[in-house]
Design a protein around this ligand. Structure first.
Ligand SMILES: NC(=O)c1ccc[n+]([C@@H]2O[C@H](COP(=O)([O-])OP(=O)(O)OC[C@H]3O[C@@H](n4cnc5c(N)ncnc54)[C@H](O)[C@@H]3O)[C@@H](O)[C@H]2O)c1
Ligand SMILES: O=P(O)(O)OC[C@@H](O)[C@@H](O)[C@H](O)[C@H](O)CO
Length: 398
């Protein structure tokens, strides 16, 4: 059995590739980082280090790698793979779709019945719909019916946090491919999307309908994560656990999470206590002092994170649709805008976030933006400011 892991970075090596190898697949990594590809082929194994009080080391075996720029080699690997997964980054997925399409053509020219499941492991809302369109654009029309019936575009929810490689992390292992991960290792997958049997493994958790899990992941976990990172940046902190350990940051982040959780509870009829348990667990995991995840990584690419359906604006919009005023979330959006450092914030808000001048959300985000811009960076004054806006709104609705 052969699985292709497109992307040999933090999630490729640290989670999905390792999991597929544990299941018993030969794992073929595809990556454009030539040095990484060469090192995988030279070492043929790597340590996955579980960062907790008593570190655990798992040696991942039965692996090799292919250079992502060698398009013929990539096509040939995809043509006879038993499973495919991607973890290349939300903005790269579109670029690899035509390459995947070439592999699918070769595969279906040999056997048009040969179904393939593709696990999409990116933080991207509705990634299956997007990838489907990019693949359809890349495939000749005669292949469209085969794609619809033989390709499973499987959404997943990647909850494991994997920090970037760092030389200063405490560990006895010094290996060029070492990857440090948190202990959490469940992989929820959209069970309705598979065309072949779902791999039967204790860590793979099939669910349907899947949209609730996608929204919970992006609008609670990733939203809270980036808000923690932005606030950590405001205090010039390096690590996420330092930021998550600050009680003022925690109060603001909890406020944002509560708004998203109220939204999900109303939208999907989920008991709020269940979501509160999830929130508490996440806040505990963010404080893992052994993981050394960085503020810089979690706050990366703020333009993408401020997109209309991404973690910040997407949460706020969904709250509005459920008649919940996103006050803490408006502050989180404003903080993201502040770190963009643009002198055209209003234009950005209209064009990139799709929040328009005639909307209450626009005014509230800009109010918080000006508050931060006027050098009000003490977290206590920020909390007071958010709470004043909240009580004004309550007053207006009484
Ligand atoms: N790190 C985490 O904690 C985490 C957790 C959940 C989800 N994710 C998501 O997983 C995805 C990957 O994130 P990551 O943290 O592993 O990033 P990463 O940068 O560590 O890894 C991405 C890998 O993809 C490779 N790559 C880039 N362009 C490529 C191309 N055209 N062809 C082949 N390989 C290419 C890069 O060289 C790199 O090795 C992202 O969508 C991210 O949002 C990350
Ligand atoms: O990967 P990004 O840039 O979309 O988001 C940064 C982190 O929030 C993210 O990688 C999480 O660590 C991950 O989604 C696991 O929860």
């Amino acid at each position: 059995m052969k699985a292709i892991m497109y992307g040999a970075g933090s999630i490729g090596r640290g989670f999905i590739g390792a999991l597929l190898s544990e299941i018993g697949y030969e794992v073929v990594f595809i990556d454009v980082n030539e040095q990484l590809v060469d090192t995988i082929n030279k070492e043929k194994t790597y340590p996955q280090i579980i960062m907790k009080k008593d570190q655990e080391i798992h040696w991942i075996k039965n692996i090799r790698a292919v250079n992502g720029n060698d398009l013929d080699a990539v096509r040939d690997e995809i043509a006879d793979a038993d499973l495919l997964a991607t973890a290349v980054g939300a903005s790269v997925l579109e670029k690899i779709a035509p390459i995947i399409a070439k592999g699918l053509i070769k595969r279906w020219d040999a056997d048009s019945e040969n179904a393939l499941d593709l696990l999409i492991c990116e933080n991207l809302m509705d990634a299956d719909v997007l990838l489907r369109n990019w693949l359809l654009q890349a495939l000749p029309e005669s292949y469209h019916p085969i794609m619809e019936s033989r390709l499973g575009l499987v959404e997943t929810s990647i909850g494991r946090m994997v920090p970037p490689p760092s030389p200063d992390i405490d560990s006895d292992i010094h290996h060029p491919l070492a990857v440090r991960v948190e202990a959490y290792d469940y992989l929820p997958v959209d069970s309705a999307a598979f065309k072949n049997a779902i791999p039967d493994y204790k860590k793979i958790v099939p669910y349907t309908p899947f949209h609730y899990y996608l929204e919970r992941k992006l609008y609670i976990h990733n939203m809270a994560h980036v808000t923690t990172a932005f606030l950590g940046k405001l205090l010039h902190l390096t690590y996420i656990d330092e930021a998550a350990g600050n009680i003022y940051i925690r109060k603001i982040v909890q406020g944002c999470m509560t708004e998203s959780a109220m939204m999900l509870s109303r939208k999907y009829h989920i008991d709020f206590a269940q979501l509160q348990f999830h929130i508490d667990d996440l806040l505990f995991r963010f404080r893992n002092p052994y993981l050394k995840d960085t503020v810089e990584r979690v706050a990366r690419d703020p333009v993408r994170k401020l997109g209309p359906t991404d973690r910040l604006v997407g949460s706020a919009r969904s709250c509005e649709q459920q008649q919940i005023e996103p006050v803490y979330l408006s502050f989180a959006i404003a903080l993201g805008l502040y770190f963009l450092g643009s002198d055209q914030t209003e234009d950005f808000l209209e064009q990139k976030c799709q929040i328009h001048k005639n909307e209450p959300l626009f005014d509230r985000v800009m109010y918080f933006y000006h508050f931060i811009e006027q050098n009000n960076k003490s977290l206590n004054s920020i909390i007071n400011c958010i709470e004043e806006v909240q009580s004004d709104l309550r007053g207006a609705t009484i």
